[in-house]
Design a protein around this ligand. Structure first.
Ligand code: DC
Length: 225
């Protein structure tokens, strides 16, 4: 079951700023970091490598169960290694996000990844970044933050991020993708993207990354974390 260490859950839709907030909090507190989206991304990537249909639940769940994956801390987050190879650059693409969303809708895949995630709650603590951290994976967590922002704000942030990486994309296409992925993540039967009942919702549409971090710091301090 869930480990003994405290967990801070940071859930919410793509592009709300969960990754940035999680990394900063993990660094400040000196805690471990779980980027659960990267787990779903690496399952999608491994499925493509193995040439299986990403809708074939049995095949993809088999891959998720036997996944030889390793997360290694880097100066700007974590790198993801699959079977001894650094595959990080292949995961953060738009296609990687779509594939992750497809495999994340399969109950057997979510089940296969559950224990793997729970085992990461080790001392001194874990920052868990995802969609169902507070509702399913760590229901006992002492602090659950649901970080959200308007779809337009999230598309714009992603647009600037991709531009900075030298990728040319259309803002309209990004917005359509985000809306489609939100709809799929919110309407799936298992672990839909909804705030836990005891989650604190932060809307980052009009907030800077620093303001979001300060709000999270205050919430953690109020719980002696
Ligand atoms: O956070 P991200 O963009 O890397 O997530 C990629 C996809 O994985 C996204 O469509 C939602 C899904 N996901 C999920 O279903 N549950 C999680 N805990 C994390 C991500």
């Amino acid at each position: 079951m869930t480990g003994t260490a405290p967990v801070i859950c940071i859930d919410g839709p793509s592009g709300a700023g969960k990754g940035t907030l999680s990394q900063h909090l993990a660094t400040e507190l000196g805690w471990h970091l779980l980027d659960s989206g990267a787990l779903y991304r690496v399952v999608g990537f491994a499925g493509r490598l193995a040439s299986v249909s990403l809708e074939d639940s049995d095949a993809v769940a088999g891959i998720a169960r036997s996944l030889d994956v390793d997360f290694r801390p880097t100066s700007d987050g974590v790198s993801v290694w699959l079977a001894g190879e650094d595959v990080t650059v292949h995961l953060r693409t738009e296609e990687g996000g779509r594939d992750a969303s497809t495999v994340a809708a399969l109950p057997a895949v979510r089940e296969a990844l559950l224990l793997r995630q729970q085992e990461l709650a080790r001392p001194p603590g874990l920052i868990a970044d995802g969609r169902d951290m507070g509702t399913v994976v760590f229901p006992q967590a002492p602090l659950k933050i649901f970080l959200t922002a308007s779809a337009e704000a999230r598309a714009e942030r992603r647009f600037h991020q991709l531009q900075g990486m030298g990728e040319s994309v259309s803002l309209a296409r990004l917005l359509a993708d985000i809306e489609q992925r939100d709809a799929r993540d919110q309407s799936r039967i298992v672990s839909p993207l909804v705030p836990a009942e005891d989650a604190i919702v932060i809307d980052s549409t009009a907030l800077s990354a620093d303001e979001v971090l300060q709000a999270a710091r205050d919430l953690a301090a109020a719980r002696d974390l």
